[in-house]
Design a protein around this ligand. Structure first.
Ligand code: S3P
Length: 432
């Protein structure tokens, strides 16, 4: 396993950076391009391992997808253009791929077998398979269909009304992707508002979906039309630099072309509440299907906060790096209502708490979050691990920047899941 010595005790950060394309939107651009009729060109696509898994799977399903000068060109033939795959579909580490794929395959009249890596093999799937079975798909797998390997044979789906038991955009999206192929209308009622990239993309590809607060309605048997997609920069990747900019002394960073969809900007609100010096300017045309803008952050004097309730789904992937931020805030920060962290790429309550403790943080796990007491001087002088979780790896690399002694990071390969150029970008921002 590769071990990297991280930069530490960094005295200044500066510069402008365009973070890589949004992971959620990149996955969906391949999927919708494949399901639409005609050509779709995707620019600023995230060439991270997860999105490459999605691309390979749709190629296995018979869709012509090419990489042309850093863009992706997809020649979709509609839902009926998908063909029975001759081999197993491997989603790798990607929860978004497997859950949305199940929604798509639920409506396709053929058999597929789906596997993933060790982390995927532990992540719950009945949250998706139960509603899809209710709509008419045949799905089976380990432990009653909860775990991979899974097999699926799509059926003639019937629309339904479904109340989501968890706040999950992946589950919502899987049902919408089945609903768009079903007979009749499908209604999904969310527990809390989650990222709405699927709904926005359906409309961008000429489809119909109505959202009213927590209720989303989608008519069945729709046809989508290929289009162009510019993928905004990923706010979940920008999050690492936002926190770095706030906690490293003498820092001023600007992140360019970042997606500012309000279902994703919880981190900006939480950081501002903690006293972070952040400014945001929207740069997109008002009618582009996703809002985009620039964010500037500077070294800040931080205070503790409580993060709970309906902001959680709007910053769920940023909680590891927010926990680091809280170690540098005066007072006790409480993060609660975040039990979903336990079923991410790792149990992120445990991995965050255990790894930050090694660096000297005063942090404890609770049943649905964590409590962090600040401000602590992180000492470093040890080896930490990503545990194969990209966001844990990057959070630890940012933590090292403010450690007094050197830190070694084990298992850095996972970072290429969402941010292959992470260490190159870090080098650009550290003042020489
Ligand atoms: C995602 C939704 C979130 C998020 C994941 C990507 C998506 O998961 O954590 O990284 O693209 O829909 P849940 O919807 O399961 O919370």
């Amino acid at each position: 396993m590769e071990i990297v010595e991280l930069p530490y005790n960094v005295e200044a950060l500066s510069g402008k950076l365009a973070v890589p394309g949004d992971k959620s939107i990149s996955h969906r651009s391949i999927m919708f391009g494949a399901l639409a009729k005609g050509k779709t060109t995707v620019t600023n696509f995230l060439f991270g391992d997860d999105c490459i898994s999605t691309m390979r799977i749709f190629q296995q399903l018979g869709v012509e997808i090419e990489v042309v000068e850093e863009s992706i060109v997809i020649h979709g033939n509609g839902f009926d253009g998908l063909k029975e795959p001759k081999s197993i579909l491997d989603v790798g580490n990607s929860g978004t791929t497997i859950r949305l794929l199940l929604g798509i395959l639920a409506g396709r009249p053929f058999h597929s077998c789906i596997i993933g890596d060790e982390s995927i093999a532990k992540r719950p799937m009945t949250r998706v398979t139960i509603p899809l079975q209710e709509m008419g798909a045949y799905i089976d797998g380990r432990q009653g269909g909860d775990l991979t390997p899974l097999s699926i044979r799509g059926g003639d789906l019937q629309g339904m009304t479904y109340q989501l038991p968890v706040a999950s955009a992946q589950v919502k999206s899987a049902i919408l992707l089945a609903g768009i192929q079903a007979q009749g209308e499908t209604t999904v009622i969310e527990k809390e508002r989650t990222r709405d990239h699927t709904e926005r993309m359906i409309r961008h590809f000429g489809g119909v979906v109505e959202s009213n607060d927590l209720t989303i309605r989608i008519p069945g048997e729709q046809t989508l039309v290929g289009t162009d997609v510019f993928v905004p920069g990923d706010i979940s990747s920008a999050a690492f630099w936002l926190v770095a900019g706030a906690i490293v002394p003498n820092a001023k960073l600007t992140l360019k072309n970042v997606g500012l969809n309000e279902t994703r900007t919880g981190i900006i609100e939480a950081m501002k509440k903690m006293g972070a010096n952040i400014t945001v300017s929207i740069t997109t045309e008002p009618n582009y299907f996703e809002p985009i803008g620039n964010i500037t952050v500077q070294s800040s004097t931080l205070k503790s906060t409580v993060i709970d309730g309906d902001i959680i789904p709007r910053l769920i992937d940023e909680i590891p790096v927010i926990a680091l931020l809280a170690t540098q805030a005066e007072g006790t920060t409480v993060i609660k209502d975040a039990e979903e962290l336990k079923v991410k790429e790792t149990n992120r309550i445990d991995t965050v708490v255990n790894e930050l403790k090694k660096l000297g943080a005063d942090i404890e796990a609770t049943h649905d979050g964590m409590i962090i007491r600040g401000k602590t001087r992180l000492h470093g002088g040890c080896t930490v691990s990503s545990h194969g979780d990209h966001r844990i790896g990057m959070m630890l690399a940012i933590a090292a920047l403010i450690c007094q002694e050197g830190v070694k990071l084990e298992d850095t390969k996972s970072i290429s899941i969402s941010y292959p150029e992470f260490f190159n970008d870090m080098e650009k921002l550290i003042d020489q």
